[in-house]
Design a protein around this ligand. Sequence first.
Ligand code: FAD
Length: 329
Amino acid sequence: MEGIWVLAEHTAGQLRRITLELLGKGRALADARGSRLVALVLGHGVEPLAGPLAEHGADGVLLADHPSLASYGVEAYTHVMSRAIHEHRPWAVLVPSTANGRDLAPRVAARLGAGIVTDVEDLWVEGEQLVARRPMYTRKAVGTVAFVGDGPRIAVMLPKVFPPADRQEGRRAEVRRLEVNLETVPVRTRVVERREVRRERVSLVEAEIVVSGGRGLRGPENFALLEELAAELGAAVGSSRPPVDSGWVPHDYEIGQTGKTVSPTVYIAVGISGAPQHLAGMSGSKYIIAINKDPNAPIFQVASLGVVGDLFEIVPRLVAAVRRLRARA
Ligand code: FAD
């Protein structure tokens, strides 16, 4: 199955939102080239995903179903995906820019000698060329990159940039199973333990609103203020690196160069100075609201709205204001 491929990420038997976003973009590219859109699924017991993939625009579904693929493992996934691309020669492969996608795509590209562009926030066809746009240097510049040559083109796509594909009920796709043989694959790592972080909170990467706290919060107990604001707004809570390093919040709160990349509609930065390494993870947000007592804090240079003042006064007033508005609505 040639054409445009989307690596379909899924969790707990459901397609992730980013998969639907990539199917939407993939569909547009496939239509532009007059080719097929194919979803590649790796996992175990993944056949039920074929229906939703077809309904969201896939013309073909390739299933690599094997017990050893039940959870992400770098060697097995790299092997299976590289072989599939090598055998079927897709024109382009769209990979989600998630923890797994970012780990997997460069390995596959290196193994196949394929071109790869990461952090893609737009992708289009110009004649026979695939062209990508990507932010660079912590979003101080935007690069336009064209794939050269005729090998497979791998684009690692940022989340929450493309709208999810619409569902067309009853739409069907050709479903094929890939032969998976992992006997010759040297497995150098294995999952020793899996701990689910179960929190009753909105996913940071998928949230429309993110409330994020920095060192200015002074201690773990003060994150309760942000949780309260987030609960009123239906937002997710994140943080800069110091609160993580100090053990105030779990590691998966961290946003930035060494943390998550988020691009919500609204990002509220509370007691965060705006270091380049933090901006790298959030400057793609549509509106940035900064609360900081230092009028010269660099965060104000990227903020759509800046509030200079003490967060311990401002955040409770903000919570009260949102409550009042919600009560009126
Ligand atoms: P600070 O820079 O200390 O800023 C605290 C801010 O709070 C100040 O601006 C202050 O004015 C304000 N403040 C204090 N009290 C109040 C108050 N009462 N009311 C209002 N405002 C107040 N950082 C990340 O965030 N994410 C990353 O992924 C990341 N990766 C890194 C990777 C590398 C290789 C390196 C070297 C660093 C990385 N960092 C990262 C760290 C980064 O350089 C900064 O040190 C960090 O972002 C600063 O966090 P902060 O803004 O919370 O703290």
